[in-house]
Design a protein around this ligand. Structure first.
Ligand code: BGC
Length: 367
């Protein structure tokens, strides 16, 4: 009798981590190079649930109610773990050792030349080949959080230093998904760590994201050349297609015959944030049909606003082939190519330093 009763009692920590669906847990379970790949779930009492895989420290889904209280998943993703092994678009994963691009995959640090894999034309993108987005991370379940750790080895993808990296995803009662990043190195290196989640606040990824309205607190952005490497200029956004200083539909100016938009096939640019104290939102996005709103907070100096311009229907999940501009990313970051651009904030990490950054995505509904 007692045993029966106690079996029915679900402890708070259980509820916080109860899976959404047992079949999904199986579809995301595997062993890679002797390491267990698992799907973890964070839930809160306000109706939010987040699925996370320790493969790539990946956000697999974010379930959040709409204005009518209907649950919906606002993330693009694949239906099983194999999708993530084969995925080319960096859905939901953590990217590094240098998120975004380094020109010609080359940089100099403390008088030494480094050459990285050139996996994006002549440039290096998101840390190179089989980087942390394709590794199994160690995972620990905490109360309202999952803590993931990995080591990027000295020489991995051409970068110097053994870097220990920790990412903690916490889901707060006020529908904030907080991501705490921290890292240390044993040799001077360059570091830029971000999350590559693609959002579609309609909850239905067969819609494009063009009707979402976005407000970015950035007076300037970093224009790029035709290979999407910053030219070094910080260009004022006021009055241009890049002006999101007040709410504007993503689709309003995206197809302007403007060289920057042609290079990016849309928005694929780093915005220079006006504030990065982590206390006030740097970006707000609203989608009026669902009534969902998302705010982004960060301690990073920049944010890559990428409108899914390279999605072309070749990646599938959630019953759809993800089409051009069906998701947008807001990748908080150091500036792209900072290791080659002395006027950009430094992305160098030295032994003895403890690098930390925090980004939060907060969800609510319009009143
Ligand atoms: C980049 C895009 C790139 C995409 C890869 C983004 O961070 O800015 O240019 O195509 O990642 O999925």
């Amino acid at each position: 009798m007692l045993a029966g009763l106690s079996a029915c009692v679900v402890s708070p920590s259980h509820r916080e981590h109860a899976p959404l669906d047992q079949q999904r847990v199986s579809a995301f379970a595997d062993t890679v190079n002797g390491k267990t790949v698992k799907l973890f779930t964070l839930r809160n009492k306000s109706g939010m649930a987040v699925e996370i895989s320790n493969y790539g420290a990946t956000l697999v889904s974010i379930h959040v109610p709409d204005q009518k209280g209907q649950d919906g998943n606002v993330l693009l993703g694949y239906d099983d773990i194999k999708g993530y092994y084969n995925g080319k678009s960096y859905f939901g994963c953590v990217v590094g050792r240098y998120a975004n691009r380094i020109a010609k995959g080359a940089f100099e640090l403390e008088g030494k030349q480094y050459q990285l894999p050139q996996n994006d034309g002549l440039n290096s993108l998101h840390g190179g080949v089989n980087s942390i987005d394709k590794q199994v991370w160690d995972a620990r379940i905490m109360n309202d959080a999952i803590r993931l750790t990995t080591v990027m080895k000295d020489g991995d993808n051409g970068y110097p230093g053994n870097v220990k990296l920790t990412v903690v995803y916490s889901l707060r009662a006020d529908n904030r998904l907080v991501i705490d990043y921290s890292a240390t190195t044993d040799k001077t290196t360059v570091l830029n760590i971000s999350n590559h989640a693609y959002f579609n606040l309609t909850g239905d990824p067969s819609n494009t994201i063009l009707n979402h309205e976005i407000n970015i607190n950035a007076d300037a952005f970093t224009p790029v050349d035709s290979t999407l490497i910053p030219t070094g200029e910080l260009k004022k956004v006021a009055g241009s297609a890049f002006d999101f200083l007040s709410f504007k539909k993503i689709g309003k100016d995206i197809d302007q015959e403007e060289q920057q938009l042609v290079f990016g096939k849309g928005y694929d640019h780093n915005f220079v944030l006006n504030a990065n104290d982590g206390m006030s939102p740097v970006v707000e996005v609203v989608e009026k049909n669902s009534g969902r709103k998302m705010e982004v907070y960060t301690t990073q100096p920049g944010i890559q606003f990428y409108t899914g311009n390279f999605l072309n229907g070749s990646e599938k999940g959630r019953g759809v082939a993800y089409q051009y501009r069906s998701g947008f990313c807001l990748e908080t970051q150091q500036f792209p190519d900072a290791p080659n651009q002395s006027n950009f904030p430094s992305a160098v990490l030295k032994p003895g330093e403890a690098w930390k950054s925090q980004t939060a995505y907060k969800f609510s509904v319009l009143k």
